[in-house]
Design a protein around this ligand. Structure first.
Ligand SMILES: *[C@@H]1O[C@H](CO)[C@@H](O)[C@H](O)[C@H]1NC(C)=O
Ligand SMILES: *[C@@H]1O[C@H](CO)[C@@H](O)[C@H](O)[C@H]1NC(C)=O
Ligand SMILES: *[C@@H]1O[C@H](CO)[C@@H](O)[C@H](O)[C@H]1NC(C)=O
Ligand SMILES: *[C@@H]1O[C@H](CO)[C@@H](O)[C@H](O)[C@H]1NC(C)=O
Ligand SMILES: *[C@@H]1O[C@H](CO)[C@@H](O)[C@H](O)[C@H]1NC(C)=O
Ligand SMILES: *[C@@H]1O[C@H](CO)[C@@H](O)[C@H](O)[C@H]1NC(C)=O
Length: 654
């Protein structure tokens, strides 16, 4: 009602003189006439999702302009808490994380912003955006009234929301609405006190005028725990279903007010080892038209998906991590390319409003820099002094990543074999306790891989006293459902035969810093084919250099990198962590390389951490830059139609 009063006041004031205008900007809800009110006038938005954390800052303007030119009124973005508060009280809002700059750009381009401030965001983002350091309290109940959780939320929101306040629409900024929590009705806790707490906290920092809202799956069962009096309830649903029925579910919570689909899916997410998701343009265009026809508001999720750089991808249960590409089959590709879907949806939008005039920024050119020869630097274990400068943490039983305060990447667990294993001896992770993938060697000789949910035992051989190295990769924390408390590392004991292994030396590996400073080759003899099985080598670092050709205008340009003969690992270019590659698994085979990380003034440095098996050794060994993406490889998949998590169900009933 406060919102209405603001709009009503505005109507009484004379408009159009000088600075008073800025003060009179208003955005609210007209419950009587079932629409939004912007500056006192009926307003409907057509919006698209872009996550600034998945697009390099260098390209923010390009992508926002393309969204503007598609006819969008607004963008919607998530704020990933863990992307900004790296450790309790340690904040990063610089460079690619400069949220305020991103919002100002949107403002300058003439796009409104629907801000999904969290604290939880899902988003196929590590732990749904919640910081992994919350897990230092092991029993924490996330997304609930747990007092430690609330204390962390209060501190974070006390930092974030005051930054956002000047960017609210009524304060001259682009932000018209702020989402509280995210799809809370899909979470088991159903803690209304928690939602009420957030509502109060958001109001305290942002004031009474801003429209606060919630988003839930379009069914009564989701809205039951997701909606709260005083937060405007919106829904999300996929194309191809019954739009009337979907909006009826919103009406169950909001009998009056604007109809809003906050996530209208233009595509769908991927998982390693499953087919690339493709949603036909025709289906989306048809349903978009049905939504717009009835005057409803819509946000297309995603309008551009972008990239899970570094370690930022999430995972679903049963444990299944998402790949580096978050292309999403969206209207703008991962690389920001204009697609046939873009133009089809623009055409639908054009039936309902006049499209902005002027040129659409073109698709950026891509360049095939070709092959780059790679050399071995050395096994990870040869760099322990650099990678783990403060040395190992000693513990009788294994500790998790959170316990040693390393949240991402890789940790090496080392102990010695307590007995002679001349025969094949099973090394066993009871309770599926390898989170998420362990690369195991004995005195540098690779033995095999244990993987969460896939394989919990391998046979090893070795002498008593030999070093048993278990390099554990965190492949991304669960971002959805009740499994958010996703501890990483060895989360239970390993046994060798009947013996529980003890006396571990745990090396947190700070590969990212070390790659940034540069690594020198250890010049060691290759143990690459030393394993009993030639399909594994101990995790090893490689390097290569390439220059950008001179005499060609407009280089460096965007490119894609391929890994012929490589298996699984992580790659950095000039110290920038591009993400994970796993071409033998698919569906993603190439990684997007944005031009802004390349230099033409000197050599570009590539660092690769290959976890399983590289083509180096006898064969030619290279990575290759190509000018076309391949995120749709048809390799061997576990099943044709993954039914991985309940969100999939939203696609069915409509
Ligand atoms: C769509 O849902 C509405 C409301 O439940 C129903 O009346 C209508 O028959 C449905 N349309 C189709 C094509 O199923
Ligand atoms: C392991 O085997 C070696 C001989 O190969 C023997 O000398 C040693 O005592 C054995 N150690 C244990 C702990 O059994
Ligand atoms: C381990 O070796 C034993 C004995 O050779 C064999 O029966 C078993 O299948 C092997 N297990 C694995 C996981 O390879
Ligand atoms: C390992 O086993 C010991 C002894 O049974 C137990 O006290 C400890 O909690 C276990 N550690 C983990 C991480 O499961
Ligand atoms: C590549 O590595 C070399 C040697 O470490 C360094 O001098 C150079 O600055 C690096 N290039 C870039 C673009 O980071
Ligand atoms: C992906 O591959 C499938 C099967 O070959 C094909 O139907 C689909 O059109 C491809 N999608 C893209 C985006 O290339």
């Amino acid at each position: 009602m406060l919102l209405l009063r603001a709009a009503w006041l505005l109507a009484l004031l004379p408009v159009g003189f000088g600075s008073a205008n800025a003060i009179q900007r208003s955005f609210g809800i007209d419950y009587d006439n079932n629409h939004f009110l912007k500056d006192g006038k009926p307003f409907r938005y057509i919006s698209g999702s872009i996550h600034y954390s998945r697009v390099p800052r260098y390209y923010w303007k390009d992508r926002l302009l393309k969204m503007k030119m598609a006819g969008l009124d607004a963008i919607q973005t998530y704020v990933p808490w863990n992307y900004h508060e790296l450790k309790p009280g340690l904040y990063n809002f610089f460079g690619d994380r400069d949220l305020e700059y991103f919002l100002q750009l949107a403002n300058e381009i003439g796009l409104l912003v629907i801000l999904r401030a969290g604290p939880y965001i899902c988003a196929e983002w590590d732990m749904g955006g919640l910081p992994a350091w919350l897990l230092e309290k092991e029993s924490i109940v996330l997304r609930s009234s747990d007092s430690d959780y609330l204390a962390a939320v209060e501190r974070w929101m006390g930092f974030l929301l005051p930054k956002m306040k000047p960017l609210l629409y009524q304060n001259g900024g682009p932000v018209i609405m702020v989402q509280v929590e995210n799809e809370y009705g899909s979470y088991f806790a159903c803690d209304y006190d928690y939602l009420r707490y957030l509502q109060k906290l958001f109001r305290h920092h942002l004031g009474d005028e801003v429209v606060l809202f919630t988003t839930d799956g379009a069914s009564k069962s989701y809205l039951r725990c997701g909606a709260l009096q005083g937060l405007y309830a919106t829904v999300d649903f996929a194309p191809g279903g019954n739009v009337t029925a979907a909006f009826l579910s919103q009406r169950g919570s909001e009998p009056r007010g604007p109809l809003v689909n906050s996530e209208f899916y233009t595509g769908w997410l991927d998982h390693w080892g499953h087919r690339h998701s493709v949603v036909p343009t025709k289906t989306i265009a048809k349903t978009l038209n049905e939504i717009l026809e009835r005057g409803a508001n819509v946000n297309m999720y995603m309008f551009i998906g972008g990239t899970n750089f570094a370690y930022w991808n999430g995972a679903n249960m049963p444990y299944s991590p998402q790949p580096t590409s978050y292309d999403y089959d969206a209207p703008l590709s991962e690389a920001g390319d204009l697609t046939e879907k873009y133009f089809a949806l623009r055409e639908v939008i054009g039936r309902y409003k006049s499209l902005p005039e002027g040129p659409i920024p073109p698709t950026t050119p891509k360049y095939a820099y070709g092959q780059v020869a790679m050399q071995k630097l050395g096994a990870v274990t040869e760099f322990l002094d650099d990678l783990s400068p403060s040395g190992p943490i000693k513990s009788t039983y294994p500790l998790t990543f959170a316990q040693i305060k390393q949240y991402f990447g890789f940790v090496l667990y080392r102990t010695t074999l307590p007995k002679n294993c001349t025969e094949q001896t099973p090394l066993f992770s009871a309770l599926n306790g390898v989170h998420d993938r362990a690369y195991i060697s004995v005195d540098g000789v690779p033995q095999g891989v244990i993987e969460r949910g896939k394989s919990s035992v391998i046979n090893i051989t070795g002498k008593a006293g030999a070093n048993l190295d278990v390099l554990v990769e965190n492949m991304g924390r669960v971002n959805y459902g009740r499994y958010n408390n996703d501890f990483k590392g060895l989360v239970s004991n390993l046994t060798l035969g009947q013996i529980t292994l003890v006396d571990w030396e745990i090396y947190p590996l700070d590969i990212d810093s070390v790659v940034g400073y540069g690594l020198n080759s250890r010049g060691s003899e290759s143990k690459i084919s030393g394993g009993k099985s030639s399909s594994y080598a101990a995790p090893t670092l490689y390097t290569g250099r390439f220059s950008i050709p001179s005499g060609i205008p407009d280089l460096p340009q965007d490119t894609y990198i391929r890994f012929p003969g490589w298996t699984k690992g992580q790659i950095w270019i000039n110290g920038f962590n591009l993400g994970r590659y796993w071409p033998v698994c698919g569906p993603q085979v190439t990684l997007f390389v944005p031009s802004n990380i390349l230099v033409s003034s000197s050599l570009n440095n590539i660092t690769v951490l290959e976890l399983e098996h590289s083509p180096c050794g006898t064969q030619k060994c290279a990575v290759e830059f190509v000018d076309k993406p391949d995120i749709n490889a048809t390799l061997q998949y576990e099943s044709n139609t993954p039914k991985l998590f309940t969100k999939d169900l939203w696609l069915d009933p409509l």
